[in-house]
Design a binder for this molecule. Structure first.
Ligand code: 5RP
Length: 233
């Protein structure tokens, strides 16, 4: 029987919000999985939970504001207690590809400030090695052709993401290049090389940023922490 991936996302979202306590600063992720989290948090706030939240995209900001979740400027804090976000792919050692929704830059900045980064996912996101999902790379438009050629030198094939035949524009006014490197045997080395290319402002390979992944798996959840996975319920 086909898996109900939306149900798995919802289950993971419900589990993730259990870690939230009064007076925490919470990072809010972007994407369809994160929407379930934001709606759960909206309910908790309605019932008296006192938190302040930092959104990772304009879309998340709008949804959170519509649910009366108090928002604060990221530059007014030095740390974020918990962020709950989605991912496009993850491995059991918590290497992620993110940015399918184009919000990878703010997602990575928020994750970098976060004490506990919780990733929620449906079971289709778990992989042995990242790379089937193309790596989203945010570039300033001025550099896009240069970056495409640098990606070629790294044996990748890049393509500027489009939306209705126009380049997709990020919240920061940049382009996204989706880059196919095949299955990535050494994500850290590739991440390092991408970090060094002028014009790239961020990429979707997340290493050492996630504290755990909560994955919905049919009617139960699986939790992946830095070492292996354990059944929760
Ligand atoms: C957005 C992201 C999302 O977390 C990622 O694309 C997963 O999205 P979804 O929950 O819709 O599958 O990184 O930039």
């Amino acid at each position: 029987m086909a898996k109900d991936l939306e149900k798995e996302k919802k289950l993971a979202a419900k589990e993730a919000v259990k870690s939230i306590r009064d007076h925490m600063i919470i990072g809010l992720g972007t994407g369809s999985s994160a929407v379930y989290v934001i709606k759960e948090i909206g309910e908790l706030v309605k019932n008296g939970l006192k938190i302040k939240a930092i959104p990772t995209s304009n879309a998340t900001q709008e949804l959170a504001a519509s649910l009366n979740i108090p928002l604060i400027d990221i530059n007014s804090v030095n740390t974020i207690d918990i962020t709950i976000d989605g991912a496009d792919e993850f491995t059991s050692d918590l290497i992620l590809i993110k940015g399918g929704g184009g919000a990878l830059l703010k997602e990575k900045i928020v994750a970098s400030l976060t004490k506990e980064e919780i990733i929620i996912a449906d079971s289709s996101k778990k992989v042995e090695a990242i790379g089937k999902f193309k790596v989203p790379i945010e570039v300033i438009p001025f550099a896009s052709n240069y970056v495409l050629r640098q990606i070629e030198l790294l044996k990748g094939i890049g393509q500027i993401r489009t939306n209705a035949d126009q380049p997709f524009i990020t919240d920061q006014g940049n382009y996204i290049i989706d880059a196919d490197f095949g299955l990535i045997s050494n994500p850290a080395a590739l991440a390092e090389k991408l970090n060094g290319i002028e014009g790239i402002v961020g990429h979707g390979i997340f290493i050492d940023l996630a504290s755990k992944v909560i994955m919905g798996n049919n009617d139960s959840i699986l939790i992946f922490e830095r070492k292996g996975a354990s059944h929760k319920s």
